[in-house]
Structures are given as structure tokens and as C-alpha cells.
Design a protein around this ligand. Structure first.
Ligand code: PAF
Length: 296
């Protein structure tokens, strides 16, 4: 069966007109902001948000402000035609794919910044990254004004930061967390996985295995947490990772560091580099009070 064509808009004024018309007709609108190179993790986010709203907007914008000078902005995979096909098959109602000038016109001077929870973890090695994310997401949400926006659990710090952002700035959009999706071999889905050689992918698979081990040992509570984490870091380095940027346990609601006993819902979070590719992942630690809600 041929899927119905999806509307594609590139201008914020057209996006606003369409979303306003939906709202006037009593329909609810959800948004999934992305940087494209869509994989089955993104498509699962689309399926999740479809359960909550009548109309779904996906945005594709590779945001230069969230890449550092030595990061992969230029080589970040861009494949709009394939993305359009996948979104059409996924019954997305509207693709918003603005040109850079639509987001950052000449004379753009504003920076949106969330404090404290943007320190450490991914921010430690990527200074300015979260300001880039919070600035672009503020713009995308204000351009679209969706009722709900969904961000993936894999970027758990990003999800926490964006929840805080919309609350602090009174942006009338509910931020929800979409379940982390893994490939059948256990690797968290990511647009950057295409960079991995077969050897690097084999090494990368140690991330989910190691996280599971940390979760188990942390929940058992026999070894001190720092010892569990040090052992896991050594294991990753022994397996061939070039760098383990962080491997930490943080409280799920506010990302406060957990050093002693786990007394609140917590997660183990990791970023590690294999070859030239930086990978992130995280897992909740069970046997403590209820975990943060995902939409599944
Ligand atoms: O997670 C991403 O793909 C990006 O950080 C986002 C939220 C689309 C902002 O550019």
C-alpha cells in the first residue's frame, strides 16, 4: 500500500499556520525534534508520540550550535530523501526541515542556557553543547508550539535539561521521554553507529554489557559504588575503547551525583569513544523507588 504524502514545510510562518489550524480544529499536536539520519529508534519515538496526539510534526535540523569546533558537524550524516520515505511510511503528518537562516537569521544574538544540570556528564567534554541544544529546542518549540514534545531516553541528560527548560521558561509544551531502543545485538540505536567498523561495533557492544553489570552490582550493594564504576571503566579500556569520558551514577530526576548509597531512582550513564566515534548510553538501576516515566 502506498502511504499518503507527508506535508513538508521549510518556513516557520507556514509551520505556525498549519499548527494553528490544527489547534483551531481541536486537534492536539506532538513534535519530535531530530537531526535526521533517522533510524528505528527515531521511528519508535514517532510511534510513541502518535499514542498521545492527533498530529505529529518531526523536525530535521542539523544544529551547528551544538557541535564543538572539532566535532563531526560537517560529516554528520544527512539523508533527507531517505528520511522523508521513512517518515511517510511512519505516517508522520508534517516534516519541518528549515534552512539554517530560518533558525539563525543574520543578527541572531541570543543564547538559551540551563545551569547546574548541564554541568558534568556530556558537558564536561563538550563545552557549549547544551547551550546549542537548549537554544535550538527553544526556537523549534516556539516556532511550532506543540502540546507535547518527545525526546529519547538515550540522551538522558538532554531530556532532563529540556524538561527543566520548558518548565523554567513557561513554554506550554509537555516534555516526555521516549524509550531507549537497542539494536538486536544490544547497542543503543544512534545516527553515529554508521561510523563504526565491524571491529569497532564489536567493541561498542561492551557498553550495554558493562552497564548491565554495573546495574546488577549497584543494585546488590555489596561493593562500594566507586569500586564498581572503576572496575567497569577499566574493563571498557581493556576492551579497546580509546577513552571513557564518564561512567557515573546519577539520580534520575535531577542528575545529582550518587556516591554512597542509592536512596532515590538512579541511573548509570556512560560516554566512551571507540575509534573516532563517541557513544553514549544509560540504564536505570532497579530495586530503588519508582523510575522516571518513559512513554512505554
Ligand atoms: O537529540 C537530538 O537529535 C538533538 O540534540 C536535538 C534535540 C534535535 C536538538 O538539535
Amino acid at each position: 500500500m502506498i502511504a499518503a504524502p507527508m506535508e513538508i514545510l521549510r518556513r516557520k510562518k507556514d509551520l505556525r499556520t498549519r499548527v494553528t489550524a490544527w489547534h483551531m480544529a481541536g486537534l492536539t499536536v506532538g513534535m519530535v525534534p531530530t537531526m535526521g539520519a533517522l533510524h528505528h529508534g527515531h521511528l519508535s519515538l514517532v510511534r510513541e508520540i502518535q499514542k498521545y496526539v492527533d498530529k505529529v510534526v518531526v523536525s530535521i535540523f542539523v544544529n551547528p550550535k551544538q557541535f564543538g569546533p572539532n566535532e563531526d558537524f560537517d560529516k554528520y550524516p544527512r539523508q533527507e530523501a531517505e528520511d522523508i520515505k521513512k517518515l511517510t511510511e511512519g505516517k508522520v503528518d508534517l516534516l519541518y526541515a528549515p534552512q539554517p537562516e530560518e533558525i539563525y537569521p543574520d543578527g541572531f544574538l541570543t543564547n538559551v542556557s540551563v545551569t547546574r544540570i548541564t554541568e558534568g556528564l556530556c558537558a564536561a567534554k563538550r563545552p557549549g553543547h547544551f547551550d546549542g541544544v537548549t537554544t535550538v529546542v527553544t526556537k523549534l518549540l516556539l516556532q511550532c508550539l506543540p502540546d507535547v514534545a518527545l525526546f529519547g531516553e538515550k540522551d538522558f541528560q538532554q531530556y532532563t535539561v529540556l524538561k527543566q527548560l520548558t518548565k523554567d521558561l513557561d513554554i506550554p509544551t509537555r516534555v516526555i521521554c521516549g524509550k531507549l531502543i537497542r539494536d538486536p545485538d544490544g547497542l543503543a540505536t544512534s545516527s553515529r553507529n554508521v561510523y563504526l567498523s565491524p571491529d569497532e561495533r564489536r567493541i561498542a557492544l561492551e557498553i550495554p554489557k558493562t552497564l548491565k553489570q554495573v546495574v546488577q552490582e549497584a543494585a546488590e550493594g555489596i561493593l562500594p559504588l566507586q569500586q564498581v564504576l572503576d572496575k567497569a571503566k577499566r574493563h571498557l579500556m581493556d576492551c579497546g575503547f580509546r577513552e571513557v569520558q564518564y561512567l557515573e551514577i546519577r539520580q534520575s530526576d535531577d542528575l545529582a551525583p550518587v556516591t554512597g548509597k542509592i536512596t532515590a531512582p538512579s541511573r548509570v550513564l556512560v560516554a566512551a569513544v571507540v575509534g573516532a566515534t563517541r557513544l553514549i548510553d544509560n540504564m536505570p538501576i532497579p530495586n530503588v523507588p519508582a523510575q522516571p516515566k518513559t512513554t512505554s
